[in-house]
Design a protein around this ligand. Structure first.
Ligand SMILES: *Cc1c(COP(=O)(O)O)cnc(C)c1O
Length: 377
């Protein structure tokens, strides 16, 4: 059986978890939480990185920090995970979906400006498959219209746009360390930002609305309830697991990239024959092999191929059902402009198994199985 995903395990996790236990501090902001933040600062060049309990929560913190009011509008692609929208819906915001580029499935930056109204406050680019959105254009639009940019970089940890790490380009960047992502702590995430003006408010939000972070740094002699907040800090045990993975990021990435390249080369022949389409990575992007997908002719072909692979004990899956077509999407949002690509392209897309412990032999088996699909003969 070739699973679709398995959580990565590099071998040093147990030692670090034991150390965390030995530290007699299992709650948030212990030794390993700090080490993970430090790694993000040094490796990715972010000014601030706060570890959170999920990317969903990092997005929620960003929505709070953007100071959204009920009725404000937030622009994002419809082809994304529910959390991208949920965080802003919780603030009472209205979601305005725009179409994607068919070759990257990222938000079409040329469609953003027409969707802006006097209520628009935030643009949320989602870096699908760890391939960057056109950030120069998006940042330029945001600056000209006085909007904030929250990058949903859940899939984009250690991926780059024109040399800059994804998640560090917008006003806020949100990472996921869920077990399906490149590096994990089971459930977890991080909020990144560059401007020191957000730090105090972010720390208060993350510590239940208290100024406890300042207290722990010895800047004040007691802590109190100063604003609204929640509990967005992960346990240091989870951070210990993550730190082991961040330290081994080159090893993890090398294996994922080898699988990605094997798929890409192995399936090229089918693409040359016009039977499938392969992912496109623009020159400005260094991706992180988060995902390998192909596009089939249509929904029917995709369903048939998924079933065919399942019979051969290979688990390939489809991805997002566009948010604007879901019950909550219709209630909380609207699609601006024509849905030229979002729906049709999402119906054609199929993801292949991709994880650290997947062997190249198994990946080659996946390629052979796809090539043997009767409709391709
Ligand atoms: C995984 C993912 C999320 C949610 O991450 P969690 O850490 O599970 O909350 C949000 N957005 C995108 C694009 C994702 O892929």
């Amino acid at each position: 059986m070739i699973d679709f995903n398995r959580p990565p395990f590099v071998g040093t996790e147990m030692t670090y978890i034991q150390q965390a236990i030995g530290n007699n501090k299992l709650c948030g902001d212990g030794e390993f939480t700090k080490k993970c933040s430090q790694w993000m600062k040094e490796k990715l060049g972010t000014q601030y990185a706060l570890l959170t309990t999920s990317c969903t929560h990092a997005l929620e913190m960003a929505a709070h920090l953007c100071d959204l009011q009920s009725g404000d509008e937030v622009i994002m692609p419809s082809y994304t995970f529910v959390s991208t929208a949920d965080a802003f819906v919780l603030k009472g915001a209205k979601i305005v979906f725009v179409d994607v580029h068919p070759e990257s499935m990222n938000i079409d930056e040329t469609k953003i400006e027409a969707a802006i109204t006097e209520k628009t406050k935030v643009i949320v680019p989602v870096h699908y498959a760890g391939v960057a959105c056109e950030m120069d254009t998006i940042m330029d639009i945001a600056r000209r219209h006085n909007l904030l940019v929250v990058e949903d970089a859940a899939q984009g940890v250690n991926a780059y746009y024109k040399g800059r790490a994804l998640g560090t380009i917008g006003d806020f960047g949100c990472f996921s360390f869920h077990e399906t992502k490149n590096y994990t702590m089971g459930e977890g995430g991080a909020l990144l930002f560059q401007d020191p003006k957000y730090l105090e408010r972010a720390e208060i939000l993350r510590e239940k609305g208290t100024d406890r972070s300042k207290f722990f740094r010895g800047q004040i002699d007691k802590y109190t309830w100063v604003d609204f907040g929640s509990s967005y800090l992960p346990s240091d045990m989870n951070a210990a697991y993550l730190y082991a993975q961040l330290e081994a990021c080159d090893k993890i990435d090398a294996q994922r990239m080898a699988i990605w390249n094997l798929y890409n080369e192995g399936l090229k022949e089918l693409a040359d024959r016009g039977l499938i389409e392969q992912p496109f990575v623009p020159k400005s992007c260094v991706h992180n092999a988060h995902m390998y997908y192909i596009k089939l002719k249509d929904l029917e072909t995709r369903s048939a191929l998924i079933s065919y692979l399942r019979e051969k004990d290979i688990c390939a899956v489809f991805h997002y059902i566009p948010l604007h077509s879901a019950t909550a999407g219709r209630k909380f949002g609207r699609f601006h402009g024509e849905d030229k690509y979002t729906t049709v392209e999402s119906e054609r897309l199929m993801r292949l198994p991709m994880y650290y412990s997947l062997t190249l032999e198994e990946a080659a088996q996946v390629v052979e199985a796809i090539k043997a699909f009767p409709a391709f003969q």
